[in-house]
Every structure is written in C-alpha cells, then in structure tokens.
Design a protein around this ligand. Structure first.
Ligand code: NAD
Ligand code: GLY
Length: 371
C-alpha cells in the first residue's frame, strides 16, 4: 500500500479483507499479495481485451515480487461465463498441478471476476483468490462481497458460491481504457449507493458525475471509495443476503427482467438495465403512494443528465406479461413472491416482499405502450 491509496476493510472476521483503491496498483500487486501470506504460484485469469491493455503491468508486478505465475485467457463477454468455460479453465489449471497454497487472481470485469471466484471456490475444495477489477462495475460492486457465479440455460448466476476474495486491488488507471458505454453502465451501480441509503452521496453524484465520467482522477477515486465503503458495510452486516444485503438489488428485479428479455447482451448492458430498473422502482414507489414524485423526478433528471437510459427503448416491442414472467424466474423470488426494493425517497430504500404484482404489470403495460 502506498500513501496515495485508499484502504477499505470488509469486516468479516477471519474472512475479512482489504480493498485498496489507487493508481499503479497492478504494478504493486505482487508486493501486496506477498504481504498477505507465503504464496507459491499465482494463476491469473483474464480476458483478451483486458490482457491486451493491462496484463503486462500485472505480470511485471508479480515478477518484481518474485511470484511465479501463469496466465489463462478467455474470450471477452458474458458467453464465457458458463459451465463449459469453467470446466475448461479448471482443467487447464489442474494440468499445472496446483496446490492449496497457490492463489487465483482475476484481472478483468465482472465476468472474469465471477468466473475466477467460482473456480477458486471449487479448486481443491477452495483456494484463495484476489480480485483486480478493471471495469467501474467490478470495482464498485462485483469484486466485493464474495458472490461468484456462472450462467446456465436456466438463468444467470444460478450456480455459484459465496467465496470471499483475500484482497481487492482497484487500480484506477485501468478505467482509462474502458469504453465509455461500459464506464457509464458501471456508474449506475455507483449512484445506486446514494439512492439506497446515502442521500448526500446522491447529491455529490448530481454535482460531480459528469467530471468523474470525463476522467477526473480525484472524483473517480472518491466515487469508487464511497461505493466500496457502502458495499463493505452492507456485506459485513449481512454476508449471505438474509436481510439488508438485498438492498443492493435496487433496480435489479426490473433490470434483470429487461436483460432477460434482451438476451443478456450488447443491446442492454447490466448497468443500463439497472438504471432503467431503479427509475422504475422509484416510479412504482410513487404509484404506491410511498415516495414523493419530486424524488423520482430527480432520479430521472440525473440519469438524463449523465446519459444513462431511464426509459424502455423504442427499438423493440415490449410486453408487460413477458417482463413479469422473467421476474418469476429471478433468484430474488421467495415463496413464489417477487421481492422488490422500493423507496420512500432518495436514500430511503427498503425491501418490499408484498407488492401487488398487478400494480407492477399495470405500470409496465403503460410504459410498453408509450415506448
Ligand atoms: P465484463 O466483465 O463483460 O466487461 C465488460 C467489457 O469490458 C468486456 O468486453 C471486457 O473485455 C472489457 N473490459 C474490461 N475491463 C476493461 C478495461 N479496463 N479496458 C478495456 N476493456 C475492458 O462486464 P462487467 O460489467 O464488468 O461485469 C458484468 C458481470 O458482472 C455480469 O456477468 C454480472 O452478472 C456480474 N456481476 C456480478 C456481481 C457480483 O456481486 N458478483 C455484481 C454485479 C454484476
Ligand atoms: N451485487 C449485489 C450483491 O453483491 O449483493
């Protein structure tokens, strides 16, 4: 750790770990890993986009610390995050005769991070892994909290484990090569923390998001640090999502349905779907008489200002029935009921397990008709 790094602790007892946020962390990854414990070998998992831009810095950092390492690359994108690719990855690692003292390292976005996490949870019944997230979404959300997963034909992330990383290194320089659309999609997960329970952070976002997205380094550091602190606090309180962690799903019940309808691909990125979903969660809260309409309008205005989508795209014919059906297949269904995260205002989100689905269908039908 250097003086310029921000350190956030995820307080989970013996499974607790640090998130370091700063510049040049990939070059210092070897030293940071060495300070954790004695490590024999590091198996690096990445995708070809990320490797082209950032792998040399990481490999140089591991070599400088005297850490033996091998790298496994996968094709970029969600289609690499399935059982078949997981099997291939584990097989390739097993060919190298791994031992329990070896470590996996994810260098990439949420796809690489989720895959590497599952692999680490299974390999030799569980080995340590380090997250080096390279998308904004992964730095502020997926690399923290130990949810790992792969997709199956039955749905996304239905196979996986809670397996916490030993360390998370958020190298802010990696964001400089991230396509603007991916950066903006990741920003949806940043602003989410303000909407959940930090209204003053939502105010900061309103004032600073444009500069942050345009590349202001200090504002990026602040946005990532506040987000990681918020996620660390929530995960420490409820690691296995039996309560408060569900708030992190704000916008996700709607968003997941939109992603399922559009095929989990480039038509609608996860963060974009979450942005539309958060706006819908606020509008539903207004309809149910729970939230002032001025707060929902403020959310919508902010998304419009930064360029996040807030409405259903006009490029396709939407059907409320289809979206509601997707919600029924969500992991957030309990006793056959769909759970929503609603809001009494900005920063006042809560878990609602008893929403009348007819009201949801009615809202979606109106939106579909207007799209
Ligand atoms: P991603 O990993 O697919 O990365 C997006 C694209 O950006 C890819 O093409 C990738 O190659 C490229 N890329 C990544 N970093 C780059 C960089 N620094 N420079 C240039 N290109 C770069 O997508 P994502 O949005 O990071 O993650 C989405 C995944 O995360 C989904 O599978 C989702 O299910 C998962 N997720 C998991 C959690 C969790 O808690 N585990 C939370 C949210 C999302
Ligand atoms: N991304 C939601 C969670 O980690 O719980």
């Amino acid at each position: 750790m250097s003086a310029g790094d921000e350190r956030v602790r995820v307080e989970l007892g013996e499974r607790g770990y640090d998130i370091l946020i700063g510049a040049g962390l990939l070059e210092r990854a070897g030293e940071a890993i060495r300070s954790l414990r004695k490590v024999r070998r590091v198996f690096v998992v990445s995708d070809t986009n990320v490797a082209a831009a950032h792998l040399p810095r990481l490999e140089a950092g591991l070599a400088k610390a005297g850490l033996a390492h091998e790298t496994f690359l996968q094709a970029p994108g969600e289609s690499s995050k399935d059982f078949a690719h997981l099997g291939v990855l584990l097989d390739r690692i097993l060919e190298r005769r791994p031992e329990r003292g070896d470590m996996l390292l994810a260098l990439g976005g949420g796809v690489v991070g989720d895959m590497t996490g599952v692999a680490a949870s299974l390999l030799l019944r569980g080995v340590d892994f380090v997250q080096c997230p390279t998308t904004l979404l992964a730095q502020v959300d997926s690399s923290v909290g130990g949810k790992t997963g792969v997709n199956t034909r039955h749905g996304k992330n239905l196979i996986g484990a809670f397996h916490q990383p030993r360390l998370v290194l958020c190298d802010l320089g990696t964001l400089d090569t991230l396509p603007q659309r991916e950066l903006l999609a990741g920003y949806a997960e940043v602003v989410k923390y303000g909407l959940i329970d930090e209204p003053e952070f939502f105010g900061w976002c309103e004032a600073n998001a444009a500069a942050m997205l345009a590349g202001d380094a200090a504002k990026r550091a602040h946005a990532v640090a506040v987000s990681c602190r918020a996620k660390a606090r929530i995960v420490a309180a409820d690691e296995r999502e039996n309560g408060v962690r569900a708030l992190l799903n704000l916008g996700h019940t709607f968003g997941h349905a939109l992603e399922a309808e559009t095929g989990f691909g480039a038509e609608l990125l996860h963060g974009e779907a979450v942005a539309i979903g958060m706006r819908m969660a606020f509008d539903l809260s207004v309809r149910l008489g729970l939230c002032p309409s001025s707060d929902a309008m403020r959310v919508r205005r902010h998304f419009d200002a930064v360029g996040l989508p807030a409405l259903l795209s006009r490029q396709r014919a939407w059907r409320a029935e289809d979206l509601v059906a997707h919600m029924g297949h969500d992991k957030k269904v309990r006793d056959g009921k769909v759970t929503f995260i609603l809001a009494r205002g900005i920063g006042k989100s809560f878990v609602a397990a008893d929403v009348d689905i007819a009201r949801v269908r009615e809202m979606l039908a109106e939106e579909a008709a207007a799209a």
